[in-house]
Design a protein around this ligand. Structure first.
Ligand SMILES: *Cc1c(COP(=O)(O)O)cnc(C)c1O
Length: 375
């Protein structure tokens, strides 16, 4: 069936990302009750694909699906994976890892919130010191890519240290999954998480934790701190009944099925190469206009760039944003402490040509608004 083209917006915000029309239209399906076997089969296949994307052995890892935004995964992992009397160590170098510490606080859980500098990757030695310092730590938690700053953390090395001391390694991979290649075993990971609307370039409302099945089974006996977001309860229901415990995001599941098909077509390497080429095009444009960025390039994920506001009284982020927005480009406020920054991201189905068009539009706008890029 032929559908009309949908107006294409180039989203340079850190997700939800620009999607294909085929993914958008995959949501248009005959009404179905998600308790039907037909729908359960789609979910089962999807769970397996989600594990395969991170090269996980299906005999060792399981995907646990939730209805919700990505934060539901952080909530579920933090509240479900810490045994009685034990602690979670949060390696906190940004807003997203900080969120895990906040979850632990909300559940009144004993935890260690190790605050590290937010403008550099986690120092693995500091992580090891913290693990050694407290024998009650059972779980080590960090964020792969701090989406607020664009910092990429050395998860493989941190995972190796966590495993050396027999700890469970949990990583928030929401803003790298299906973009930067991840391998559960090689990267020393026990639990990771993501959301359909980021790397997979699908719709919002579906999030998932991919974890070591034995460890999920073991968590059956851990204290239950939440009803709606208990990892074992959700896992057990999906395993035994073949469906999610509560209503799944039906349309998003259909969109995600199509997005996964397109993911396999583009391929892990090809997709990551494309995202990097978009990042390079972003830098090329920024350099040409004279913009300064905050985080050293070698620390970056190559998915998010934090750009410093130019030092010109005519600069007004909202005005620039609105000018671009009316022309189909979305830029996003920054999150590097209180520094005046905005973000440009390389998520979504965008290519370097989109970025060239974006900078042409930005340059015209800056001229019209009489803004000079100077510092
Ligand atoms: C987007 C994101 C999340 C989830 O945020 P929501 O607003 O709940 O979707 C979690 N972690 C990281 C690193 C993210 O980029």
């Amino acid at each position: 069936m032929e559908y009309p083209k949908v107006k294409r917006n180039v989203l340079l915000n850190p997700g939800p990302a620009t999607t294909t029309d085929t993914v958008k239209y995959a949501q248009v399906v005959p009404d179905i009750c998600p308790r039907e076997k037909e729908f359960g089969d789609i979910m089962k296949k999807m769970g397996e694909d989600l594990v395969k994307i991170v090269h996980g052995d299906l005999n060792k890892y399981t995907a646990v699906l939730f209805t919700g935004s990505g934060t539901i995964n952080i909530d579920a992992c933090v509240n479900s994976l810490v045994p009685e009397g034990k602690k979670i160590l949060v390696l906190n170098n940004g807003a997203y890892s900080g969120r895990a510490a906040e979850v632990a606080e909300y559940y009144h859980m004993d935890h260690v919130n190790l605050k590290l500098p937010i403008t550099e990757p986690i120092d693995v030695d500091k992580a090891e010191e913290a693990i050694k310092a407290d024998p009650d730590i059972a779980v080590v938690y960090c964020c792969h890519h701090e989406t607020g700053t664009g910092i990429l953390n050395p998860i493989r090395e941190i995972g190796a240290v966590a495993h050396k001391y027999g700890k469970v390694m949990v990583v928030d991979t929401t803003s790298t999954y299906a973009m930067i290649p991840i391998d559960m075993d090689k990267d020393n990971l026990d639990f990771i998480m993501a959301s359909a609307q980021k790397g997979l370039m699908s719709m919002t409302g579906l999030s998932y934790v991919i974890g070591n099945t034995e460890m999920i089974e073991a968590s059956k006996d851990y204290p239950t701190r939440s009803y709606y977001t208990n990892l074992f309860m959700q896992y057990d229901f999906i395993k035994n009944k073949g469906e999610m415990h509560f209503t799944p995001p039906v349309q998003t599941i259909y969109a995600t099925r199509q997005a996964i098909k397109e993911y396999w077509e583009e391929g892990e390497e090809g997709k990551w190469a494309r995202h990097q080429s978009v990042w390079e095009a972003l830098y090329k444009g920024l350099d040409k206009l004279g913009f300064k960025t905050i985080i050293p390039r070698e620390f970056q994920s190559k998915l998010v760039i934090s750009v410093l506001y130019p030092n010109d009284p005519n600069w007004d982020f909202t005005r620039v944003h609105d000018y671009l927005y009316e022309r189909g480009f979305t830029i996003y406020p920054g999150k590097v402490s209180d520094l005046p920054t905005f973000r440009l991201c390389a998520l979504g189905i965008i290519v370097p040509k989109d970025i060239e068009d974006f900078f042409e539009c930005l340059e015209t706008g800056l001229n019209e608004m009489n803004i000079k890029v100077q510092y």
